[in-house]
Design a protein around this ligand. Structure first.
Ligand code: ATP
Length: 292
């Protein structure tokens, strides 16, 4: 095979909470992630030599070895001695540094694509293991579209897919860097130290809603521990969330550590009306579907 076209799907967090601090100093999380039809397209073309190049249609995306897609290709080459080189082209549609795992989605697309170019020598589990060295969200992006995740977000457990609905995603204004966002939480919750008294939220209502296919109850059971502290200092994102709710979203929340927000709609007309209202603020809305 000379060329393969892969999709890297955006994820949203339907639940995101902290359960403590691990021995390595990372926060351990309880999270439910779901993929959306909003995606980057990643084209891999086999090269005669063993080099990797990356190009992207959005100039802000790094195109050197700090691009997660290139790092994924280099790790793949280490794992599979016969791996070929490739020219990687990314058509970027997932907003960057937005809490939607755009870079992780591209890395996952490259791992799947490289494996296809090389005749599928590695299993999905092996691709996930490579992915977890690149970032907590990469294993999810490699192999599933709905999961409950623990550890740093890379230990995946089954979770039912979202019922059919329309999701409007909006990303506007400045974000808070991930370390800064964790710092905010540490200050609020005593560093999540043993004895600090923080009790993670129960997520059984979310799981049961998904199992029953009850999208209204699911939308009402969502939780993100980052939302309150981050939106309190990011009025643009907070305003976009309000617009989603004012226009008929049955639930709206920030994804990851933001600044993206998403609204869940049972009725497509309301979703389109919300998207139009978002557009009026100068922000590009993404009207999409959960994928399973
Ligand atoms: P997550 O939700 O996994 O925390 P994110 O959606 O907040 O991720 P990304 O879009 O992955 O953030 O981008 C984070 C940073 O990663 C960017 O600021 C960018 O410099 C770098 N980066 C490296 N490779 C890519 C890529 N292929 N696409 C986007 N950003 C990339």
């Amino acid at each position: 095979m000379e060329k393969t076209i892969q999709r890297g799907y955006a994820k949203i967090n339907l639940h995101l909470d902290i359960t403590g601090i691990m021995e390595n100093g990372y926060h351990s999380v309880n999270t439910v992630m779901h993929s959306l039809s909003l995606c980057d397209t990643v084209v891999l073309t086999r090269r005669a030599d063993s080099e990797y190049t990356v190009k992207c249609d959005v100039s802000a995306v790094p195109v050197g070895n700090d691009n997660l897609a290139v790092r994924a290709a280099l790790l793949y080459k280490q794992a599979v001695s016969c791996a070929c080189g490739a020219d990687i082209y990314i058509e970027k549609r997932i907003p960057m540094a937005a809490g939607l795992a755009g870079g992780s989605a591209d890395a996952a697309a490259v791992l799947r694509g490289m494996n296809e170019l090389c005749g599928d020598p590695l299993s999905e589990e092996e691709l996930c293991a490579i992915g977890s060295r690149l970032g907590a969200d990469v294993p999810f992006c490699v192999c599933v579209s709905a999961a409950y995740a623990t550890g740093k977000g890379d230990l995946l457990h089954p979770f039912p897919s979202m019922p059919d609905c329309t999701v409007v995603v909006a990303c506007g204004g400045e974000g808070v860097s991930t370390p800064e966002a964790y710092g905010m939480l540490d200050r609020l919750y005593g560093g999540f130290a043993v004895g600090c008294g923080y009790v993670p939220r129960d997520m059984s209502a979310l799981r049961e809603s998904a199992e029953r296919g009850d999208v209204i109850s699911l939308a009402k059971s969502m939780y993100n521990i980052f939302e309150e502290p981050v939106l309190s200092v990011r009025p643009v994102a907070a305003g976009l969330r309000s617009i989603l709710l004012e226009n008929g979203a049955i639930g709206a929340m920030m994804s990851g550590s933001g600044p993206s927000v998403f609204g869940i709609f049972t009725d497509e007309k309301s979703a389109l009306r919300a998207a139009e209202a978002i557009k009026q603020t100068g922000v590009t809305p993404h009207v999409c579907k959960p994928i399973s």
